[in-house]
Design a protein around this ligand. Structure first.
Ligand code: BES
Ligand code: MN
Ligand code: ZN
Length: 487
């Protein structure tokens, strides 16, 4: 697992600017009085800093962007990073600055001369960007150096910074899980990792195949029939208040070959990320436990592997869901919705939740619709959807509302059973959402997040290197703060 580096807060000390050996980060803007750290750096470098700030290159920087001086004279530092920062920056600008700091981070500690700037967003964004998955290397690189943050009032920032670290650790956990190969992260090892989270104060239950059979989660079990890895339902309880819980359900397909409806070979390796919904759920539960959220949230992850085999389900099979609806399996590659149908039903029957949110790398069609920048948001409750879109914007994570409409149900009408699991190519993400909605009770506020496009990225983003993004942990945490947390 990736070791999220620490942040060390210290009182502001001008002399540290000359003495620090790693990177030194200072903040400045045009036409505003220069902060004391900049003045000191300018004096040490005999005016190089003010020339940089007066340059055309600095002029072109947007707020939060950085310019770097290598091996500055008069300082021990390897580099001096000057970040353009207005006097009263908004959260997005602070985050941009943090991302720039994190992107440039190496093995040596960085010295961030934040002074009177609020450090929370800067630190969180720096930690999020400074991530590198090394777990599968024979000789892993040493981790990133810590961030030393010099502040006018370090004590006042301590709890905020600790929370920022906890959030970054949670996102890093989600990324580690998504990046992990499927021979290493199996249903069994994932469940074992979840059981370790009891140490954080979470209550954890793991239901095995015999228990799931007994409970009637046959649609979910059918997906795992072709696999040597036993299917499991892991349930994580965080009871931070006495209200009815929010249930968060994650699709945990450890690997999706497509089953007998086998996927093409090209790109199939990416299907190690088909447990992305489960990974976000688990990362979120860790965040809630670590920050002792005053909310009642239950995370449920259906862990299965979709393999072709003599025992695997076939196209044309009909399975009985826990709800009782009979599902015709047109395509064994539309397996995520079979898992979610049963876990959604289980959550509503056993937890009496106030609302249900599911996350799933559910359809390729959502990538065609929205690409890799925004997840698809489907909801039967406008207020919940609006609150989530706000929360996602706050967290800097892309999300876009998609329609639900009974008109699409004709596409998934089955000739012989109650519903079929694939409606073919037209409106592929919407028919998947319509399928899930059958397993949501009429008055239950519900939101489905199709994260197939945002879970794994081919290029780096502002807040993550390429690979697993951890999308959703921050947005859902922000939603819980805004809507499900008491006092
Ligand atoms: N796990 C896939 C969806 C997916 C595709 C996730 C690409 C990430 C990247 C899902 O199980 C799947 O195979 N969906 C099918 C559904 C179809 C058979 C109705 C799809 O999208 O093609
Ligand atoms: Mn599939
Ligand atoms: Zn899948």
């Amino acid at each position: 697992m990736t070791d999220t580096q620490r942040t060390i807060l210290a009182p502001f000390d001008l002399d540290a600017i000359a003495a620090h050996e790693g990177r030194v980060i200072v903040f400045a803007d045009k036409d505003t009085p220069l902060p004391r750290a900049i003045k000191r750096a300018d004096k040490l470098t005999k005016g190089a800093v003010s020339r940089a700030i007066g340059s055309e290159a600095f002029d072109k920087l947007k707020p939060g962007q950085a310019l770097s001086l290598a091996w500055p004279t008069g300082m021990q530092a390897e580099a001096l990073q000057i970040i353009r920062m207005p006097r009263k920056p908004d959260a997005a600008t602070l985050r941009k600055a943090g991302n720039a700091i994190g992107k440039a981070q190496g093995e040596k500690p960085a010295l961030i001369c934040a002074d009177a700037l609020p450090p929370r967003e800067i630190v969180q964004a720096a930690l999020l960007r400074a991530y590198d998955y090394q777990a599968q290397k024979a000789e892993p690189k040493p981790g990133f150096g810590p961030f030393h943050v010099m502040l006018r009032d370090p004590d006042a920032a301590a709890s905020d910074t600790a929370e920022a670290e906890a959030m970054a650790r949670a996102v890093h956990l989600t990324r580690d899980l998504v990046n992990a190969p499927a021979n290493i992260l199996t249903t069994t090892s994932f469940a074992a990792r979840i059981e370790e989270m009891r140490a954080l104060g979470l209550e954890v239950e793991i239901l095995d195949e015999a228990q799931l059979e007994e409970l009637g989660l046959r649609a979910m079990l059918a997906v795992g029939h072709g696999s040597e890895s036993p299917s499991k339902l892991a349930i994580l309880h965080w009871k931070g208040s006495d209200t009815a819980p929010l249930a968060v359900v994650g699709k945990g397909v450890m690997f999706d070959t497509g089953g007998v409806s086998l996927k093409p070979a090209a790109g199939m390796e990416d299907m190690t990320m088909d447990m992305g919904g489960a990974a976000v759920t688990v990362g979120l539960m860790q965040a809630l436990a670590e920050r002792k959220a005053r909310a009642h949230v239950v995370g449920l992850v259906g862990l299965v592997e979709n393999m072709p085999d003599g025992r695997a389900q076939r196209p044309g099979d009909v399975v009985r869901s826990m709800k009782g609806d009979m599902i015709e399996v047109i395509n064994t590659d539309a397996e995520g919705r079979l898992v979610l149908a049963d876990v959604l039903w289980y959550a509503q029957e056993h937890l009496k939740p106030a609302a249900v949110i599911d996350l799933a790398t559910l359809t390729g069609a959502i990538i065609i619709a929205l690409g890799h920048d925004k997840a698809g948001v489907f909801a039967n409750d406008d207020a919940l959807a609006a609150a989530f879109l706000d929360a996602a914007a706050t967290a800097g994570e892309g999300a876009w509302r998609m329609p639900l409409d009974p008109a699409y149900d004709t596409l998934i009408k089955s000739r012989i059973a109650d519903v079929k699991n694939s409606g073919g190519r037209p409106a592929g993400s919407i028919t998947a959402a319509q399928f899930l909605q059958r397993f949501v009770k009429p008055d239950m506020p519900w939101m489905h997040l199709d994260i197939a496009g945002v879970t794994l990225t081919k290029s780096e983003s502002a807040h993550a290197p390429k690979g697993a993004s951890g999308w959703g942990v921050l947005a859902l945490d922000a939603l819980i703060r805004a809507r499900f947390e008491t006092g």
